[in-house]
Design a protein around this ligand. Structure first.
Ligand code: G3I
Length: 453
């Protein structure tokens, strides 16, 4: 008797999970992983990590195999560590730090003073109270992790985008004035004299008004003896914000001021060769700057990226190595075997494309069925991935002819081909379908672009 479709899907998922685990049990020789290759160049290669994924064997296995530095993605932020005044919660961040210690990974502390993910009680304070709350927060968090953190993002994203070169409006800037940055760094040094103290920002990757403002601040701090050791360049890139042509020169001019620099939150939206070239260029820029001491990618797998639909990371949602991985490893001087570990169905280096369309095929009181048609472009493809974003509290009850996974919010569903419908001839189509439960919300999900492999 043929296996029922639902059971077959579960069976396929179990088989895929098993093959992933098998791939991960391979013990890597020197310089065939990102971390070991970077170490060969006197650098680290790290990833942002979320505590709630550490129990997933493929996630932890990929982390432990490839990376030698971690940054907690959210767990050390103010809202996570001091949601109520002077009550500190370190459980999730401790989990990441312990994991890192058992694996001999460096930890970047992210972040002490930031306008975002700031509890509302902080924003409501008057100046005197805010100053003491800021210094207390820095002190308590740094003391808890003293000796375990190689570098802290003491202040994050303090400057405005655009041409003003001014500080952005925040409770800190608005109530304490520009001196809050200096005060934060001085407090940090008084708590832990060994940890490196960094300023971290985005859109500062090339020479522009914003990076000029940060540059002027660092120059001023160095000239007056304000303790600052490093500057982090987040490096979140996409087509609207590409890798700047003066990236290396910008890193170099900061190190010339006497600070280290790091690439702290690297991700580059895209796929295939274009994404691979961008990763290669970023890695090469860091290696060309003596005091660029390491790189951190902002996540391990596209599945859990903060912008998952842009597939910006080095591992696909099945933990397969992407062309970008091979390019980053090669730029580090590593000697990977290429491809591999993608759980089947992948075709690293494939250059086909695909398009998608969505139809809501039937509706009833509290549910609907949707169908997504995937069509190969003018070249054959061996796999495809599509993202759909649902409006909560809608939930997907079942899915057929595809393999789903969800982001941590539970609202973004990434579907990759089932074992039998990934290979499409040029111009050929296939489809997958799902049943969604409305839970009182009748919205149609937003369909992302199709990524071919
Ligand atoms: O954990 C809750 C979950 O319980 C809830 O159901 C869900 C509903 O939205 O939210 C979940 O929290 C989310 C959290 O990520 C964990 O996934 C927050 O809403 C969401 O705002 C948060 O986003 C983080 C973002 O910073 C916040 O500004 C991203 O994960 C994180 O990658 C991102 O990281 C920042 C760096 O810290 C600074 N530089 C930019 C970078 C990218 O935005």
């Amino acid at each position: 008797m043929p296996m029922p479709r639902r059971a077959a899907q579960v069976f396929t998922a179990v088989l895929l999970a098993a093959s992933t685990v098998t791939a991960l049990s391979h013990t890597a020789a020197a310089a065939d992983t990102l971390g070991s290759a970077a170490a060969g160049k006197g650098r680290y290669f790290g990833a942002a990590v979320a505590a709630n994924h550490l129990g997933e064997s493929a996630y932890a296995g990929t982390l432990d195999r490839e990376f030698n530095q971690v940054t907690p993605e959210n767990e050390m932020k103010w809202d996570a560590t001091e949601g109520s005044r002077n009550t500190f919660t370190f459980g999730n961040a401790d989990q990441i730090v312990s994991h890192a210690q058992t694996q001999n990974m460096k930890v970047r502390g992210h972040t002490l003073v930031w306008h975002s993910q700031l509890p509302s009680w902080v924003s409501g304070l008057g100046a005197t109270d805010l100053r003491s709350a800021m210094n207390n927060h820095i002190t308590q968090v740094m003391q808890h992790y003293k000796g375990k953190i190689y570098a802290w993002d003491v202040v994050n994203e303090a400057y405005q985008d655009g041409s003003s070169g001014a500080l952005r409006s925040s409770p800190f800037a608005d109530k304490l004035g520009s001196g809050f940055i200096e005060e934060a760094f001085r407090t940090a040094r008084s708590v832990d004299a060994s940890a490196k103290l960094c300023y971290n920002d985005y859109n500062t990757d090339g020479v522009n008004a914003k990076s000029n403002a940060v540059y002027a601040m660092v120059k001023d701090f160095k000239s007056r003896g304000v303790p600052i050791d490093c500057v982090g360049f987040q490096s979140h890139f996409n087509s609207a914000s590409p890798v700047p042509s003066d990236y290396q020169a910008n890193l170099q001019r900061f190190t010339d001021l006497g600070v280290d620099v790091q690439i702290t939150e690297l991700d580059i939206e895209g796929s295939g060769t274009a994404q691979a070239n961008n990763y290669s260029n970023v890695v090469k820029a860091c290696l060309a700057v003596t005091r660029c001491t390491g790189l951190t990618v902002w996540g391990i797998t596209d599945k859990y990226s903060w912008r998952s639909s842009g597939t910006p990371l080095l591992f696909d949602s099945n933990y397969g190595k992407k062309p970008a991985y091979d390019a980053a490893l090669a730029a580090l001087g590593g000697s990977g075997t290429g491809g591999g570990g993608d759980g089947g169905g992948g075709n690293p280096g494939g250059n086909g494309s695909c398009t998608v369309s969505f139809t809501r095929t039937s509706d009833w009181n509290d549910g609907y069925n949707g169908e997504v048609v995937v069509k190969a472009g003018s070249a054959p493809i061996n796999g495809w991935t599509v993202t759909l974003t649902f409006t909560p509290p809608q939930k997907v009850a079942s899915l057929w002819n595809g393999t789903p996974s969800w982001d941590s919010s539970g609202n973004v569903m990434t579907v990759r081909a089932a074992s039998y419908n990934g290979s499409l001839a040029a111009g050929a189509s296939t489809s997958f379908g799902f049943t969604a439960v409305k839970n009182g919300n009748n919205s149609t999900p937003t369909l992302g672009t199709c990524t071919a492999s």
